[in-house]
Design a protein around this ligand. Sequence first.
Ligand SMILES: Cc1cc2nc3c(=O)[nH]c(=O)nc-3n(C[C@H](O)[C@H](O)[C@H](O)COP(=O)(O)OP(=O)(O)OC[C@H]3O[C@@H](n4cnc5c(N)ncnc54)[C@H](O)[C@@H]3O)c2cc1C
Length: 439
Amino acid sequence: MYDPLVNAPPGPHDAPGASYWQLHTQAEFPQCADAPEDVDFAIIGGGYTGLNAARTLAENGHSVAVFEANNLAWGCSSRNAGFVMKSTGRLGLSAWAKRFGEDVAKGIAQEHGLGLRLIEKTIEECPEHCQRQSGGYLKVAHKLASVTPLQQQYDSLRQFEQPVEWLDNSALSQVIDSPQAHAALRFTDCFAVNPLLLAAATARRAAKAGAQLVEHCPVTSAASLGKKGVYLETAKGNVRARKLLVCSNGYTSQQLLPKLASRSLPVLSSIITTPPLSQEQADSIRLSPEYAIMDTRILKYYFRLLPDNRLLFGGRGAIQGKNAEDPVFAKRLLKAMHQTFPQLKDITQWDHFWSGWVSVSLDDYPRVGKFSDNIYASMGYCGAGVSFSALAGQRLAECAMGAALPKLPYYQSQLKPFPLPKFRRLAQWFYYHYGRLLD
Ligand SMILES: Cc1cc2nc3c(=O)[nH]c(=O)nc-3n(C[C@H](O)[C@H](O)[C@H](O)COP(=O)(O)OP(=O)(O)OC[C@H]3O[C@@H](n4cnc5c(N)ncnc54)[C@H](O)[C@@H]3O)c2cc1C
């Protein structure tokens, strides 16, 4: 599998990566365009971020082209679990308040709410409403010792007037039957979708606004020419643009933009799905497709029952791209699934197994804004970007058009460089072992 720290940019014809969504969804993407030679704004990456940025720029009357290395949404935007959460990065609101003060935490909460509303608007325009499941997102205490910290998080979220609900052991046992579910925090306004339908709906909105979407067109070099804008080499010819928006996130090749890529750790998140559960199996775990669930581990697992009764179960994957498809990582997820639901121990094989690259930042939160002369970038969502990417794309476009962004840490500083970036993977290996011990 493509590895951003090792390989040149992906494309132009890489396989989609066997995601359940690609194989089971009829998604209607818009007609793609030829590569232009000249454009106001060029965007690298045709996932949620790039497509939302393109729509915003086109709606404001600018000429804009999105260059996607493979099919539109080939990266995380067609591979994720479809949890639409009101967060990004790894900091909760109380952590934001502790680091930057209450006003910043309130501003962050507002931005997250805006991200959610942007997704809802896109979903409204999709005939199937992206197969929305509205039961909420549940953060589940996987062991007794996690209950008190989770309850503290609940108290703090209520102080920030967030729509959350506390499910004690007895209430939670109506929703899920698992020895690793002791209590839960329910985010009542969060939901789950089919991520590929969301990507297609986002692309249709961008195309309708007038954005040119160019598929199978990796950008192979990018340089700023100062006052003359930027110059790109692509698989379909050379392009001049006034400004460049880098929206390749976890898929950003170290070889294309080394200074930017050194500020992100690309991490593989992996998913398996079971074969469709029998009614008896589904009843035994008591889970309904309405809910999107994540646990409280350091190395988190997340799962949901899909509308066709397959159980989707995800967590961390391999460290290097060359090992991404090794069945050992699917087996680890299966084992974790058995620990969560011993009732499913007879399921010994998965139907689908796939992975994608998420971008992890050094200090646990993303950055959106100007990176260098004529170059703007948004990355570092740390694996939580379905709803935030809609907002990030819009904010990045606003910044590139010269608007002032809200005075929040997402927008007012740059991603921190990793010290000794060559050793990022070694640090990741140690972190995985440390996390496994604690979990
Ligand atoms: C397995 C998995 C599960 C996840 N589950 C969730 C979830 O449930 N909820 C949630 O909030 N988040 C989840 N995420 C994270 C979420 O999917 C991402 O944060 C989000 O999709 C990022 O969108 P993006 O547009 O920024 O990047 P991507 O969708 O990754 O798009 C980047 C694109 O850039 C393209 N590209 C790269 N280099 C070039 C180049 N040189 N030229 C042209 N194109 C290029 C790539 O082909 C790729 O399509 C998950 C991620 C994974 C991998």
